[in-house]
Design a protein around this ligand. Structure first.
Ligand SMILES: Nc1ncnc2c1ncn2[C@@H]1O[C@H](COP(=O)(O)OP(=O)(O)OP(=O)(O)O)[C@@H](O)[C@H]1O
Ligand SMILES: [Mg+2]
Length: 319
């Protein structure tokens, strides 16, 4: 290696890793129908990004363009810093498609082995078995997938997406067929991926699920981005709901100092300012002779916010 390329290698190695995926100005038409129109966003390393929107909004089409499975009419994609069709990028991505069928005559273990070979990865047998155990299929490893239930096929799809140690995982409705326990497992799984620095793009109609695991959200509607941002940005301020009695003037003033105060009988709601410590507020109230029956943190749910955005196009940050 020459000194110059040596220096270039060192310089490159010192750069922060490229985003998991970056896209800009993506557009796709099917005949005269525009499926995706001017979509741009980034999934950073170690981040879980939720992709939301009604049926037909273009979520799956966006995902397929990010992965080089559908050719955009316009726009650019960088997958792990490379063109989406570059096999080097694809080998480091795990993908659970929306609709899939594995060869019904293969066993679960054989399906995983096939995908490990396709990814060109060296994954020890024990780790492959661990991956099946992770999705709850340890005792069905030797069974043919033709006899699997819908949820079991989806679990196997998850194992396939995770088995080759991906740096970026794309899940198109991973829990649509799963039972509640399976959904909770997937949630834990996503959080453990994030803890390992793996980036995740999650498309789901289960908004509570997205709210619990996603750092940021992109909302698509009719092919366009209707809103995007962190949950804090989309959902606005925290509020605190309290049930109190024996509230004197001093206590009411203390509450009002914590944030905008509304009162309905013994129910008080405070839109909390940034710096307010809830335990201090409660201690002060007790010190002022207030009897505290309930203290409940809250803010509008992502579901309420999503419906608001889709129905009214109101993308203003809530007050
Ligand atoms: N292969 C295709 N040929 C023709 N039209 C297509 C094709 N794929 C998608 N579309 C159209 O593009 C639009 C977006 O579809 P897409 O599958 O991306 O939606 P989605 O947001 O994933 O919806 P869902 O929540 O139902 O999965 C729809 O109007 C759909 O009919
Ligand atoms: Mg879809």
């Amino acid at each position: 290696m020459t000194a110059a390329s040596d220096t270039a290698e060192t310089l490159l190695a010192e750069l922060p890793p490229a985003a998991a995926v970056w896209c800009s100005g993506l557009r796709k038409r099917y005949k005269r129908r525009t499926a995706v129109d001017d979509v741009s966003f980034t999934v950073r390393r170690g981040e879980v990004l939720g992709l939301l929107g009604p049926n037909g909004a273009g979520k799956t089409t966006v995902i397929k363009m990010l992965l080089g499975l559908v050719r955009p009419d316009a726009g650019e994609v960088l997958l792990l810093g490379r063109p989406a069709r570059d096999p080097k990028a694809r080998a480091r991505v795990g993908y659970l498609p929306e609709l899939f069928r594995y060869q019904p005559w293969l066993t679960a273990t054989e399906v995983l082995d096939l995908h490990v070979r396709l990814a060109g990865a060296a994954i020890p047998d024990a780790e492959r078995r661990g991956c099946l155990a992770l999705v709850g299929l340890a005792d069905r490893a030797g069974d043919r997938v033709g006899g699997f239930s819908k949820g079991m096929q989806q679990r196997l799809g998850l194992a396939v997406a995770l088995v080759a140690r991906p740096e970026f995982v794309v899940l198109d409705e991973p829990t649509s067929a799963l039972d509640p326990l399976g959904r909770a497992d997937v949630r834990d799984l996503l959080l453990s991926l994030r803890a390992k620095g793996v980036a995740v793009l999650l498309n789901s109609h289960l908004i509570g699920e997205v709210e619990r695991v996603c750092d940021r959200v992109v909302i698509l509607d009719k092919g366009r981005i209707a809103a995007s941002g962190s949950l804090a940005e989309l959902l606005g301020q925290r509020e605190l709901r309290l049930r109190l009695d024996e509230v004197g003037a001093a206590a009411e003033a203390r509450l009002a100092a914590a944030g905008k105060l509304t009162r309905d009988g013994d129910a008080f709601t405070v839109a909390l300012g940034d710096e307010v410590a809830v335990p201090d507020l409660v201690a002060d109230l007790v010190g002022l002779g207030v009897r505290v029956h309930a203290v409940e943190p809250g803010r509008i749910s992502l579901e309420e916010r999503l419906l608001d955005i889709l129905r009214t196009g109101n993308t203003e940050e809530p007050a």
